[in-house]
Design a protein. Structure first.
Length: 666
């Protein structure tokens, strides 16, 4: 029973230290359908009586709680778990009470062992059994009442004592505890449940206007369909498009982001809105809505989902500017404030004013943008710069959408301060961009990923690792050549269960910056149509395909919570492992972080985390090259030439002894 004013003064059980719990229950944790939701808490009371507690859970909107026992871990710490079977939201809490029957039985066993008189104590047990019988089913009621009669029978002391400590009595009585004074945790915590792709996915970004088979022509959605076999062959399952909407003309940027466009310049897809329409319209040169829906269906045949970029910003030509000027910030001279990052000016972009007095209508309209594209078949959205829009809006709109469409996935493109990135994840974003793009050294990578995976952040923040984006060509890719692209791909694909690349710039190793010290691409695709040779001998497509095949074939690489770093004696060698929960699938990855030189050294494996003993022989099967090495103990030698392959992705295969006269590795 829940706490009431009439019983609160008599409740003695304390429940605290509940985990997982994000910001005192303000935000939900995240899980995937099929997960076990494990919950721990400190549960204790004054005195010496024994405690019992249960984990309560239910689907959001359900009136009835389901429950499962919690087991003691020692030192007043308890653990329980329940299976998550449906998309949407669950609630959970904890209830604990002093269990009179457990306390009585434990004390009775001690008294019998000490040879004490228990004639009165068994009568207490009889009362407890009879009390439990009042709530029991018919069969259990008969047995409990029979136990009560046996315990009251003073003639057969031996039978009475045996019955008092019988396991079957305890088993039945514990089904019907007296919970009138049970204490319930004062918060009902939440868990958001998403589909598998929220935790494990491989993204490929492409500009559809660059998909034409011949140079000089604007690509279409039909042209994109011809790319699907190529993208599928590399193992990507999410095809992400920058905005596909009409592009503004006023203040359109030219090639390489020059302020004035020349005739024929196509502009940036993120400059959304023209006389032809806004966020619910399609750029005419890409095709029609029917063409787009046909592409979605065709992609599905290859196991690929289309992800759409949502960028809530407008050009001066966007219909919102004319129809809802109140949704934009006015300057003293009456003009609308364009985007700025002084001294840079972006006259082609008007930010939306979330402090408008008409904010409710604005929120509804922006929600309708998501709903519109969901109705067309899009279930994955990459949101541009969400950290520059109101937090309250994101919390509202994501929850609103997920209540109707729990299978929708949101990726936050927010390269900003850590606390802001974490807040967006708490507000509901399924996945988040990360600082991986700029973490290059062994120390930086280890420190950063341990901060993500070994702390409470992992309960709500799912990293999506991108070695490059259309906005970011990091210095190590500019100078490291093909080995650097291979290295960063291997890191992204094995450190993270979600990762993505901006292609085909990535597999073709495009690395020329706009200027020294710049992370902008020279002749950036953001401002012009590109034409590339997908069959170039220089392409990394086969390497990428192999790495993605390894990811799909090894469950250990399909989650983030199992990451373990291992020591090396060479600071340019990074070693880490991932393992399935039952240790049946173990992957050890070793990466040469030096793109120019062969690096060698010894890795020191934490064998206990891998379920291996000090003297155990095991096979390290390199899944990239198919080479096999017999290792033993924690210390093993590696040597990696970045020109051939800068990484080992090793499947640990344990030796199995058979009844025949041979062994093999499993």
């Amino acid at each position: 029973m829940r706490e009431t004013p009439n019983t609160s003064g008599k409740q003695r059980v304390v429940i605290e230290g509940v985990w997982p719990e994000i910001d005192c229950g303000r935000f939900p944790v995240k899980r995937i359908v099929g997960d076990s939701m494990v919950v721990e808490a400190n549960v204790f009371a004054d005195g010496h009586e024994q405690i019992a507690c249960r984990l309560l859970y239910r689907r959001a909107g359900s009136a009835a709680w389901l429950e499962t026992p919690m087991v003691p871990l020692g030192n007043d710490r308890w653990r329980g778990e329940f299976e998550i079977t449906e998309l949407g939201e669950y609630q959970y809490t904890i209830e604990g009470w002093i269990d009179r029957f457990l306390t009585w039985r434990g004390d009775l066993i001690k008294r019998i062992s000490a040879g004490q008189d228990i004639s009165v104590d068994v009568l207490v047990g009889a009362e407890l059994a009879e009390k439990a019988a009042e709530k029991a089913t018919a069969q259990d009621k008969r047995r409990l009442l029979q136990f009560g009669r046996t315990l009251r029978d003073a003639r057969d002391v031996e039978a009475r004592n045996a019955a008092a400590i019988a396991d079957d009595l305890a088993e039945i009585a514990l089904r019907y505890p007296d919970r009138r004074l049970a204490a319930r945790y004062d918060r009902e915590l939440r868990v958001t449940v998403e589909r598998e792709k929220a935790r494990f996915s491989a993204w490929y970004e492409v500009f559809p206007r660059s998909c034409a088979p011949e140079a000089g022509r604007h690509g279409t959605f039909r042209d994109c369909e011809d790319w699907l076999p190529y993208i599928s062959s590399m193992g990507f399952d999410v095809l992400y498009f920058p905005p596909i909407h009409p592009i503004g003309v006023t203040f359109r940027k030219g090639k390489n982001n020059v302020p004035a466009a020349e005739p024929g310049d196509v502009g940036s897809p993120w400059a959304i809105g023209s006389a032809e329409g806004g966020h619910k319209s399609i750029h005419a040169q890409l095709g029609t809505l029917d063409d787009f829906k046909h592409l979605i269906r065709k992609a599905g045949e290859f196991g690929i989902e289309i992800a759409l970029d949502i960028a809530f910003q407008c050009t001066p030509d966007h219909p919102y500017v004319r129809e809802h000027p109140e949704w934009f910030r006015k300057r003293p001279d009456g003009t609308i404030q364009y985007a700025e990052n002084p001294p840079k000016k972006y006259q082609d972009i008007y930010p939306i004013e979330f402090e408008t007095d008409d904010w409710q209508a604005l929120w509804q309209e922006l929600k309708s943008v998501f709903v519109y594209w969901i109705e067309q078949g899009v279930k994955i959205f990459r949101v541009d710069n969400p950290h520059t829009k109101a937090f309250a809006f994101w919390e509202w709109v994501i929850r609103e959408i997920k209540q109707q469409h729990p299978d929708v996935i949101f990726l936050a493109e927010a390269f900003t301060r850590p606390k802001i990135m974490n807040r967006l994840a708490k507000l509901g974003y399924s996945q988040s961009y990360t600082y991986f793009t700029w973490r290059t050294s062994k120390h930086e990578l280890t420190e950063y990923f341990e901060s993500l995976e070994k702390t409470g952040i992992r309960e709500f923040f799912r990293p999506n690792l991108w070695p490059n984006t259309p906005d970011i060509l990091p210095e190590h890719l500019q100078i490291g050549g093909r080995p650097a692209f291979m290295c960063r791909l291997a890191l992204a694909a094995t450190l993270g269960a979600n990762y993505g690349v901006y292609g085909p710039a990535y597999e073709l190793c495009e690395n020329e910056p706009w200027a020294r010290g710049s992370e902008e691409y020279l002749n950036s695709e953001k401002y012009e149509i590109k034409h590339r040779d997908l069959n170039s001998a220089w392409s990394l497509k086969d390497f990428i395909a192999r790495v993605n095949q390894i990811r799909r074939g090894n469950p250990a690489l399909q989650a983030d919570s199992n990451l373990q770093f291992h020591e090396t004696d060479n600071p340019l060698l990074l070693c880490y492992s991932k393992a399935s929960s039952d240790l049946s699938n173990i992957i050890v990855t070793v990466v040469n972080l030096d793109s120019f030189h062969t690096q060698a050294g010894w890795v020191m494996l934490d064998l206990n985390s891998l379920g291996l003993s000090e003297d155990q022989t095991f096979q390290a099967h390199d899944l990239i090259t198919d080479s096999r090495h017999v290792w033993q103990g924690p210390r093993n030698y590696v040597e990696l030439n970045p020109q051939s392959c800068p990484a080992h992705i090793l499947r640990v295969r344990k030796r199995v002894h058979t009844e025949q006269d041979f062994d093999y590795y499993l």
